[in-house]
Design a protein around this ligand. Structure first.
Ligand SMILES: Nc1ncnc2c1ncn2[C@@H]1O[C@H](COP(=O)(O)OP(=O)(O)OP(=O)(O)O)[C@@H](O)[C@H]1O
Ligand SMILES: [Mg+2]
Length: 236
C-alpha cells in the first residue's frame, strides 16, 4: 500500500505560543485515521498545517510524494485534499446546489467522479433542499453540504474536523453511514470527532495528541484494549 500523507516533526505556533511540538504521522492510500485528544490539544492546528492554513515552523508535510509545507491553501486543496473545517463555512447566500458546484473539479481524474447526482445519492436530504440558501439550513444539513462540497473537488484525501459536533443523534448516524460508504470506495480520510465508538469502527489508525505531542498511536483494537489511555488522554 502506498503512502499518501506524511507529517514529519511538525512544529507550529500562534504568535509566541507553540501549539505543535514535533508531530509525526503517516497515512496510506485508502486508510482512515483519527486524531484524538481533549480540547485544545492541537487537533485542529495540525489539520490547519496540513491544509496550508497555518505556517509549519519546523518539519515537513508530504502529500502524494510532494512537499506541501510551503504551499498556499488553495494549492494544497488542488493537490487533492478536501477539507471540512470546524464551523463548516458554507456560503450563506448561495443555495445548496450552487454551494456544491462552487468548488466542483476533478483535477486528478477520480473515477467514478463525485458529481451532483452522486452527492444527492449519498445525502437525499440535500436533494430535497437543493434550492434552499445556505443560511436556511439546519446544522445537520450544513454539515452534509460541507461534506458534499468537499467531495465535489474529487479529493484523494478527505479531512473532517469535528465531523458530527453539535448534531442530533439521527443526523450523526447519517453522517457516519456516509463516511462508512466513502471508506468502502477507498477514499482516505482523517477524522476528528468526540464520539469514540463510531470512530473505532471506521478507522484503521488512531493518533492521540496531548499538548501538541503525539502520545500514542495504534489500531482500533489496541485502543479499545487500553482503558487507561482512553481515560487519561480522552477523558471518556
Ligand atoms: N487562532 C488561535 N490563536 C491563538 N491560539 C490558538 C488559536 N487556535 C488555537 N489556539 C491554541 O492552540 C492550542 C491547540 O488548539 P486546537 O484548536 O488545535 O485544539 P483542538 O485539539 O482542535 O481542540 P478542540 O477539541 O477544542 O477543537 C490551544 O492551546 C489553543 O488555545
Ligand atoms: Mg479543534
Amino acid at each position: 500500500m502506498s503512502t499518501l500523507l506524511t507529517v514529519q516533526d511538525v512544529h507550529a505556533s500562534y504568535g509566541r505560543s507553540q501549539a505543535l511540538h514535533g508531530v509525526n504521522l503517516t497515512l496510506n492510500e485508502g486508510e482512515v485515521l483519527t486524531l484524538l485528544g481533549r480540547n485544545g490539544m492541537g487537533k485542529s492546528t495540525l489539520l490547519k498545517c496540513i491544509m496550508g492554513l497555518l505556517p509549519v515552523r519546523r518539519g515537513s508535510i508530504g502529500f502524494s510524494g510532494k512537499a506541501t509545507q510551503k504551499l498556499a491553501a488553495f494549492e494544497v486543496a488542488r493537490l487533492g485534499i478536501g477539507y471540512v473545517p470546524e464551523g463548516r463555512q458554507i456560503f450563506p447566500t448561495l443555495n445548496v446546489e450552487e454551494n456544491l458546484l462552487a468548488t466542483a473539479a476533478n483535477r486528478h481524474g477520480v473515477s467514478p467522479a463525485f458529481d451532483l447526482q452522486r452527492i444527492y445519492a449519498f445525502f437525499p436530504r440535500l436533494h430535497e433542499r437543493r434550492s434552499n440558501m445556505g443560511n436556511q439550513l439546519s446544522g445537520g444539513e450544513q454539515q452534509m453540504l460541507a461534506i458534499g462540497r468537499a467531495l465535489m473537488t474529487n479529493p484523494r484525501l478527505l479531512i473532517l474536523d469535528e465531523a458530527t459536533e453539535g448534531l442530533a443523534p439521527l443526523v450523526r448516524a447519517e453522517i457516519w453511514r456516509v463516511l462508512g460508504e466513502l471508506r468502502a470506495t477507498g477514499l482516505a480520510m482523517i477524522i476528528v470527532d468526540k464520539n469514540l465508538k463510531p470512530l473505532l469502527q471506521l478507522a484503521n489508525q488512531h493518533v492521540v495528541l496531548e499538548k501538541g505531542h503525539v502520545v500514542w498511536s495504534g489500531s482500533s483494537q489496541a485502543l479499545q484494549d487500553n482503558r487507561l489511555l482512553v481515560e487519561q488522554y480522552l477523558g471518556v
